[in-house]
Design a binder for this molecule. Structure first.
Ligand SMILES: Cc1cc2nc3c(=O)[nH]c(=O)nc-3n(C[C@H](O)[C@H](O)[C@H](O)COP(=O)(O)OP(=O)(O)OC[C@H]3O[C@@H](n4cnc5c(N)ncnc54)[C@H](O)[C@@H]3O)c2cc1C
Length: 501
């Protein structure tokens, strides 16, 4: 080759070298400059221009539910709070107003809202006390995981079952009956020993599996329709050190891989599905956290958004961004290979990745699918989603074991939960499209023996809701039995529960 090069005239040799240089430079620009330019532009545009909610109104995480309400900020002191709550309930009854209860307002369907009603804001109601001998944490329902985790961390403990982020209140978690990255565990309700509940008439009752067991099961996953949860006794677990392990697989092999990877030493596990166009829902990454003998690190490091946020936000409205994100996730996502404490993993706010643009919002869906139906459901999703031209940013997968505690349960057998995050414009056309795709996805889930999660947008038709939750009629009958004046109401109740005479 070199000998042939020498045979060429000087001018031709120069031309050849220049052509080579040009090719290498173009390749380098493609490999390095394109992602840099893409991420640089994303960072430039990723500046908050979100308008605050006007005073006298409240909204939830959807940013699509602004509602005028009178907000009562509940005291952090138990005795004062009880008096304040009773007074608010009496005043609402006298004035014919409805009452909603709010933790962190991360539901998306107006579950904390009612037009011109009274909103009980429990965010200051957040004291807690751990009994290390019994491993029971007594915590007021307004406390968020962001407050609970550092408290438990200092004493070597952690939360047994919770969402994948720390933004949520204990009361809101109970009322949605959340679940997360804890493999082979039933939802949150399974970790609740007992709680005290203020009923619509102001009376306080203790609920557990032995005392008022029916109310116990109705309140867990009951979306604030039965009363105000005051203090809760929760079972907690020791904090542990884990090392993360990651495998990339075909999504049709998800369940089989999950069973192989989740060995007895795994304390947390989740999956992610590709949303990049060339491998849309066909490739998956399964991350497992294996217990290691090391003592948990002494301090929780405050999480920083950094590059991960830019990579994630760079996938909004961009196939290239989705492709880039997936490649980066496969190469270096999660904490693969490093040691990290359980509390450090759990103590991450979802707000680090939230949308900052005024014209758009991020909305969540979740579908619970029986293990054997997962490949079929994914096939249906691959048909439905592109047809609606929705901007799917993320899909995570979690395992949920059967729930024996909540009345309005979503997992009567083992399920794999598929959490989908979409970016959506805040306008009627985008909302109609999201409603249509949601209904199609719910139908697909129902066809394969699955169901869907209730804290998100109320796009399901009443008929779909009934088919997904056949126990709903009885649930709402019991609601009216415990709260005959229907004092506790919200948009969820208005859409699916209220009797129309
Ligand atoms: C970004 C994001 C990520 C999420 N991730 C997960 C996840 O990983 N797993 C999962 O399962 N869910 C997840 N969710 C859903 C979330 O768990 C629920 O929306 C949960 O209810 C939020 O808690 P909150 O404190 O914001 O509740 P809120 O929205 O404030 O309230 C939720 C319901 O609980 C009722 N309520 C609140 N406090 C009380 C109380 N003290 N007494 C009686 N009723 C009360 C309210 O009236 C309302 O009906 C996520 C949501 C978002 C927005």
């Amino acid at each position: 080759m070199l000998r042939q090069l020498h045979k060429l005239a000087l001018g031709d040799r120069l031309k050849l070298v220049l052509a080579l240089l040009l090719t290498v430079t173009t390749l380098a620009i493609g490999v390095v400059a394109r992602p840099l330019i893409h991420l640089g532009l994303t960072a430039w545009h990723d500046r908050g221009d979100r308008m605050p909610v006007p005073s006298g109104s409240v909204d939830d995480a959807s940013r699509l539910n602004q509602t005028r309400m009178q907000v009562v900020r509940v005291s952090g002191d138990l005795a004062t709070a009880e008096v304040q709550l009773r007074t608010a309930l009496r005043a609402a009854t006298t004035r014919g107003l409805k009452v909603t209860i709010a933790g962190s307002r991360h539901t998306m369907g107006g579950h904390t809202l009612y037009p011109n009603g009274i909103s009980l804001d429990l965010s200051q109601f957040r004291q807690m006390q751990l009994q290390p001998t019994t491993r029971i944490l007594t915590v007021y329902s307004g406390a968020t995981w962001a407050q609970v985790i550092p408290y438990l961390d200092r004493q070597g403990y952690s939360v047994a079952v919770m969402q994948s982020n720390n933004d949520f209140s204990v009361g809101g978690t109970m009322s949605a009956n959340a679940h997360g990255w804890q493999p082979d565990r039933p939802p949150f309700a399974s970790t609740v020993e007992s709680f005290r509940l203020m009923l619509a008439n102001g009376k306080v009752v203790r609920c557990s599996r032995q005392e008022h067991p029916q109310l116990f099961s109705l309140v867990l996953g009951g979306y604030g329709l039965f009363g105000i949860v005051l203090d809760v006794n929760l079972r907690v677990v020791p904090n542990r050190m884990y090392t993360a392990h990651r495998v990339t697989i075909a999504s049709r092999d998800y369940v089989q891989t999950y069973r192989q990877q989740v060995t007895a030493d795994v304390g947390m596990a989740y999956g992610r599905l590709s949303v990049a166009p060339d491998r849309f829902l066909q490739e998956a990454i399964v991350t497992t956290y294996h217990r290691v003998a090391a003592a948990p690190t002494a301090t929780l490091v405050p999480p920083e958004p950094g590059l991960a946020r830019i990579v994630m936000r760079g996938s909004v409205g961009s196939n290239y961004g989705k492709q880039l994100r997936w490649q980066l996730e496969k190469a270096s996502g999660g904490e693969a290979g490093t040691n990290v404490s359980r509390n450090q993993i759990l103590n991450r706010p979802a707000t680090l990745f939230e949308n900052h643009q005024q014209a758009a919002t991020d909305v969540l869906h979740e579908y619970f699918i029986p293990p054997t139906s997962l490949p079929l459901f994914l096939e249906k999703c691959r048909q439905i989603l592109p047809k609606h031209k929705v901007d799917l940013l993320n899909v995570t997968v979690r395992n949920v074991r059967p729930d024996r505690d909540a009345f309005l349960h979503y997992a009567n057998r083992e399920m794999f939960g598929l959490v989908m995050l979409f970016n959506q414009q805040r306008n009627p056309a985008a909302e109609a499209n999201m409603q249509s795709v949601t209904r199609s996805l719910i139908e697909a889930a129902l066809e394969v023996g699955g169901t869907y999660y209730l804290p998100y947008r109320l796009h399901a038709t009443p008929d779909q809701f009934q088919r997904a939750y056949p126990q709903a009629d009885r649930f709402f009958q019991l609601k009216r039995q415990y709260d005959p004046n229907e004092l506790f109401q919200n948009y969820f109740y208005l859409k699916y529960g209220k009797q129309t005479l």
